[in-house]
Ligand binder design. Structure first.
Ligand SMILES: NC(=O)c1ccc[n+]([C@@H]2O[C@H](COP(=O)([O-])OP(=O)(O)OC[C@H]3O[C@@H](n4cnc5c(N)ncnc54)[C@H](OP(=O)(O)O)[C@@H]3O)[C@@H](O)[C@H]2O)c1
Length: 300
């Protein structure tokens, strides 16, 4: 199959491309920069969608980059890097004479309101709790194909991901050095839910959607089954055990607020208990259903 991946040069995109290539699929990346195996966003806007069986969007400025201050300019970049790239692909799919079977948008479980007690499935309402949930709501709305424009039965699948744990990117590598120096510990109270997924499981789930030409479900929560009960403290303890290092130094909430700012601090200090209900109903099986199995693999 031919697969087009917006933002495919990043952390998730590189793993997904590797998996797709190993399964005999041909990947083209949409990027801000031209290169081998790539087209640019400008190409898609001007020339239209290249022939493909599936389109995926993974483009987005890293929200939790601690080196970027939370200025109005950076906030707009976080928003537009998701909304405008998604809009470009949605419009190109709508106008394409041969649209793909599936259109897969990877967003986040930040759609659901942060809570230590509520448990969410794909059916739960959300999208109006804070900056992140409103961003996910708007981002997913932009991906909708208007029935009058879309000449085909392209299926939109919104994949709401938890924190993606992998060796080569995302949150985990930057957490390892404080733990290795025995400076690790829970963030804030540590009681906040910690929804997560192993990168390999996320890419296998995306691959399943691509190969099945969509999914029987329009929304999938991409979180491990243990995410309904995992907290930041559980994660800290599991990481501490896996590394054989103590994790007793909590990161104070005030420090997180000072470093990340009002809109971003809740992403670390609060969380959502999320179940992958429809993901499991779709027949997907997780290779890494709990933190111990995931960390044992990632820290091998
Ligand atoms: N990683 C996670 O834990 C996680 C969890 C939930 C949801 N997600 C979502 O999944 C998507 C992919 O995540 P990722 O970790 O793979 O992201 P990533 O590696 O940080 O970035 C993916 C790609 O986005 C493009 N990009 C970055 N800044 C951009 C900008 N200002 N404008 C346009 N494109 C830009 C880059 O491609 P080019 O440089 O080639 O243009 C980059 O390779 C993101 O939308 C993210 O919000 C990630």
């Amino acid at each position: 199959m031919k697969v087009l991946i917006g933002g495919g040069s990043g952390f998730i995109g590189q793993s997904l491309s590797k998996l797709l290539n190993s399964r005999g699929h041909k990947v083209t990346i949409v990027s801000r920069r031209p290169g081998k195996g790539r087209i640019t966003w400008e190409d898609v806007s001007k020339i239209g969608l290249p022939p493909c069986d599936a389109a995926v969007n993974l483009a987005g400025e890293n929200v939790l980059n601690p080196l970027k201050r939370w200025t109005e300019k950076f906030k707009q970049e976080v928003i537009s890097s998701r909304i405008e790239t998604t809009r470009t692909l949605t419009q190109a799919i709508s106008k394409s004479p041969n649209p793909p079977q599936s259109w897969i948008l990877v967003t986040g479980v930040g759609y659901y309101p942060p809570s230590q007690t509520h448990q969410y499935s794909e059916e739960s309402p959300g999208g109006d709790a804070d900056f992140l949930s409103r961003l996910v709501r708007d981002w997913e709305q932009v991906a909708e194909l208007s029935p009058s424009n879309s000449k085909s039965s392209t299926q939109l699948v919104r994949v709401r991901s938890g924190v993606v744990l992998g060796r080569d990117g995302g949150a985990l590598p930057s957490m390892l050095w404080p733990f290795r120096l025995c400076l690790g510990g829970p963030i804030g109270s540590g009681n906040q839910p910690f929804p997560w997924i192993h990168i390999e499981d996320l890419c296998r789930l995306l691959c399943q959607c691509i190969e099945q030409g969509g999914c029987s479900e329009a929304i999938l929560n991409a979180v491990s089954p243990s995410s309904v009960k995992d907290t930041n403290s559980n994660f800290t303890q599991a990481l501490s055990r896996a590394l054989g290092r103590p994790a007793i130094l909590p990161v104070p909430a005030l420090a997180v607020k000072a470093l990340f700012g009002e809109d971003r601090a809740p992403m670390l200090l609060e969380g959502q208990r999320v179940a992958p209900q429809r993901t499991l109903q779709s027949g997907f099986t997780f290779l890494y259903p709990d933190l111990n199995s995931a960390l044992a693999d990632l820290l091998r």
